[in-house]
Design a binder for this molecule. Structure first.
Ligand SMILES: NC(=O)C1=CN([C@@H]2O[C@H](COP(=O)(O)OP(=O)(O)OC[C@H]3O[C@@H](n4cnc5c(N)ncnc54)[C@H](O)[C@@H]3O)[C@@H](O)[C@H]2O)[C@@H](O)CC1
Ligand SMILES: Nc1ncnc2c1ncn2[C@@H]1O[C@H](COP(=O)(O)OP(=O)(O)O)[C@@H](O)[C@H]1O
Ligand SMILES: [K+]
Length: 499
């Protein structure tokens, strides 16, 4: 699903109005009706509703929502925040209609702000995507009152005070909703860590804006929906055999961190690889052969760290369909040498994770050796080591995009809504996953998954988008079955489902 900028959404509205065609006021009515459908499916008429609206089209939506809710039997008190002298035309239209049905409360000064009780639902329609400066004056006082109130808050389209696609200032006053119900497409601001309090649980509602315009409009930002992930998934052919699904190599582990290798190896096998070889320090040999009997194991000549040498022979990197390197490997000089040799010899895309990323950060000259379309999977700290500190989440996205383009690689910046940057400069945000995944070893599982997908012939972007989605989905399944708090990386790999 595409994510458009505020300006593009404005054009999308206009295009829909002209080409559907539909009068602007009817489009507002459709948006309001769709919001009400969402609302009534969650909250019964037993909840009193307090609506706060501004004077633009977000406020106009709010007034139309109030009228429809009233007609459906809800008790609703309407508060109009008079922060400016002018209203939008469609606000005025809905204002005239609503005035005929009920009395309206106008808030011009703090003592007009009503008390909000805990059993009430607040609908926030003060500012929408038209916000163009920090909120101040009476609107600021209203937002502060709502944020202090014990009631549940639902924001229409976007929390009032939050910018959809640029950073807010540190002192900006913004609604902290329980829910955001947004029109048609997600806003990029919903996907960024610093905005978490200003989004709550968010839902997209389809108000039938022009599909053609959306399809034609270029954007670097995408949000992976479950349907899109499913389309990437390849089915197995009847006459396939293990050779069809590639032979992967995982370079993993050091003394005390063989477990990372076990997790990556098991996840790789659970993700459909045909054959798997694991090279680990000698101290990991018995562990790996016992914990992952399906994998072949090459003991490194070094007892405690990976050096890339093996008693069998040096590693014939080029014989493997895909290679994943990093989980648990540490940063010993022998391991740095191994990484250098690997990057110099292997020409297919690699998956590079964990300490392999830290070794890249400490040996910058290695960056130019990375094969094109390799997948790097840093968490934010590893990414900062590879690049630089960022000022805000938007700055971080720019750095991410530049980095992926510059080295022609895929960068999977992990976290809630993992951001996957492509060599072309696009960013795909993930939609699956939950905070239960914030536990040691889940990153190793992801490395195993991505290596298996590369081995099976998925291209790097497909592998990253699909693998990250499936990893999060497995986490969601575990979350539903046994809760998020006790989730382990082993639970996640065991919950992987590929059909
Ligand atoms: N495609 C869509 O997404 C649709 C959007 N609609 C609604 O339209 C909204 C956008 O409407 P508008 O563009 O009128 O924007 P707003 O409703 O956000 O109103 C902004 C108005 O307030 C002023 N303003 C901005 N920041 C201010 C501040 N800090 N203090 C005081 N005044 C400020 C602006 O100059 C503008 O006049 C959306 O959020 C949505 O609710 C719907 O009506 C129909 C379809
Ligand atoms: N709050 C969260 N919501 C969704 N996914 C998360 C969250 N926290 C962590 N994750 C996911 O868990 C994984 C953690 O990886 P990483 O930090 O490398 O852990 P480790 O190194 O311990 O394996 C990543 O895939 C990340 O996206
Ligand atoms: K709002």
């Amino acid at each position: 699903m595409k994510i458009l900028s505020v300006e593009q959404i404005r054009q999308l509205d206009q295009y829909t109005i002209q080409h559907e065609p539909i009068a602007p006021i009817n489009l507002m009515e459709r948006a309001a009706q769709t919001f009400v459908d969402w609302f009534t499916a969650r909250f019964t008429t037993s909840y009193p509703v307090k609506l706060f609206c501004g004077l633009g089209n977000n406020g106009g939506d709010g007034l139309a929502i109030a009228r429809i809710l009233m007609q459906q039997g809800y008790t609703i008190e309407v508060n109009i925040v008079r922060y400016a002298p002018r209203e939008s035309d469609d606000f005025m239209h809905n204002h005239r209609r609503l005035k005929l049905l009920t009395t309206l409360n106008y808030i011009e000064q703090p003592n007009n702000i009503p008390a909000i009780r805990h059993n009430e639902i607040v609908i926030d329609a003060i500012f929408g995507s038209g916000l163009d400066r920090p909120v101040d004056g009476i609107a600021k006082s209203v937002i502060e009152t709502i944020n202090r109130a014990p009631a549940k808050v639902v924001s229409v389209d976007i929390a009032s005070g939050l910018y959809p696609d640029k950073p807010n200032g540190p002192d900006d006053v913004i609604i902290e909703p329980d829910y955001t119900v947004t029109f048609q497409l997600p806003k990029i601001g919903f996907l960024l860590p610093r905005n978490s309090r200003y989004v709550g649980q968010w839902h997209i509602i389809d108000i039938k804006l022009s599909k053609r315009f959306i399809d034609q409009t270029p954007t670097p930002y995408f949000y992976t929906t479950p349907e899109e992930a499913r389309l990437l998934l390849r089915q197995r052919e009847r006459f396939s055999h293990k050779g069809t699904f590639g032979h992967a190599l995982l370079l993993v582990g050091s003394y005390g961190k063989i477990g990372a290798g076990v997790l990556a190896a098991r996840a790789c096998l659970r993700s459909g690889v045909g054959l798997l070889t694991v090279q680990a320090p000698r101290c990991g040999y018995a562990v790996l052969q016992t914990a992952v009997p399906e994998a072949m194991c090459r003991p490194d000549t070094h007892q405690y760290v990976l050096s890339g040498q093996s008693e069998i022979e040096g590693i014939p990197y080029e014989e493997f369909t895909a290679i994943g390197v990093g989980p648990g490997i540490g940063k010993a000089p022998e391991t740095a040498n191994m990484l250098r040799t690997l990057l110099s010899q292997y020409r297919n895309p690699l998956v590079i994770d964990a300490d392999a990323l830290n070794l890249l950060a400490e040996n910058r000259d290695l960056m130019s050796l990375i094969p094109e379309h390799s997948i790097l999977t840093p968490h934010p700290k590893e990414f900062e080591r590879l690049t630089q500190k960022w000022e805000n989440d938007y700055d971080k996205l720019e750095i991410l995009c530049d980095f992926a383009r510059r080295y022609r690689i895929v960068v999977v910046l992990k976290g809630a809504h993992t951001a996957i940057a492509t060599p072309e400069g696009d960013i795909h945000f993930n939609s699956s996953g939950n905070p239960g995944l914030s536990t040691g070893g889940t990153g190793d599982v992801l490395t195993g998954i991505l290596t298996a997908l590369l081995a099976q012939g998925y291209d790097s972007v497909e592998a990253a988008v699909l693998g990250v989605y499936q990893h999060g989905l497995a986490g969601d399944l575990v979350g539903r079955q046994r809760g998020q708090i006790g989730m382990t990386a082993t639970d996640v790999l065991d919950a992987l489902r590929w059909s």
